[in-house]
Design a binder for this molecule. Structure first.
Ligand code: HEC
Length: 174
């Protein structure tokens, strides 16, 4: 009994002392960081006909605003939007609601400003225009380098058309 205990202790100690550096993977962190770095700040001009009153575009914008992961997104995706990417992977939506409240939002966050009555408060009053909102959603760093908001076009999370849909939703009268 005593003998086997001493033996196993010795074995344990020798395992500890073994040089495991050849079997432990040490990835090059600088490469991982490079891959995760954000693209440089981009200035984006709204394409022609971007902001629209088309209810289908507004429905897509609303869906993107209120949801995150395609597979778990609430309800069916509206016309022109898919829960999957062409390669079959799950589509990520905007999850804007995590940080912003907007009309009747379920679980609207307060990291960013409340976007309720945006048209009345910011567009009609002339404080903002559609181009500002488009740019803010595409790349919010342009007027605030330290923004906490997600970057959407420079990162290719969304394309121009999708940013137009989201802008149309924010600017729509709800
Ligand atoms: C992680 C938090 C976060 C997320 C997610 C987020 N935002 Fe923001 N947003 C902010 C913050 C903070 C500000 C205000 C400060 C700034 O300009 O960066 C802001 C500002 C804005 C503004 C400008 C409001 C104004 O007129 O001053 C708009 C419009 C906007 N966000 C829309 C969106 C949309 C649409 C989405 C989803 C695609 C989104 N945000 C996602 C945090 C967020």
């Amino acid at each position: 009994m005593k003998k086997s205990l001493t033996l196993s202790l010795l074995l344990g100690a020798s395992l500890f002392a073994a040089d495991l550096s050849s079997v432990i993977e040490i990835p090059d962190a600088s490469k991982i960081i490079q891959k995760d770095l954000l693209a440089p700040v981009g200035i984006y001009k709204m394409p022609d006909g971007c902001v629209t009153n088309d209810p289908k575009a507004i429905a897509r914008g609303s869906y993107i605003f209120h949801n995150l992961n395609g597979g778990n997104a609430k309800g069916d995706a509206p016309e022109g939007l898919s829960k999957k990417l062409p390669d079959g992977k799950e589509k990520q939506y905007g999850n804007c609601v995590a940080c912003h409240n907007i009309e009747k939002a379920v679980g609207g966050g307060n990291v960013g400003p409340d976007l309720t009555k945006y048209h009345e408060m910011f567009i009609k009053s002339g404080v903002r225009d559609a181009q500002y909102v488009y740019q803010k959603i595409a790349d919010p760093r342009v007027d605030n380098p330290n923004t906490n908001m997600t970057v959407n076009l420079a990162t290719k999370l969304f394309n121009e058309k999708e940013i137009c849909d989201i802008t149309s939703y924010v600017l729509s009268i709800k």
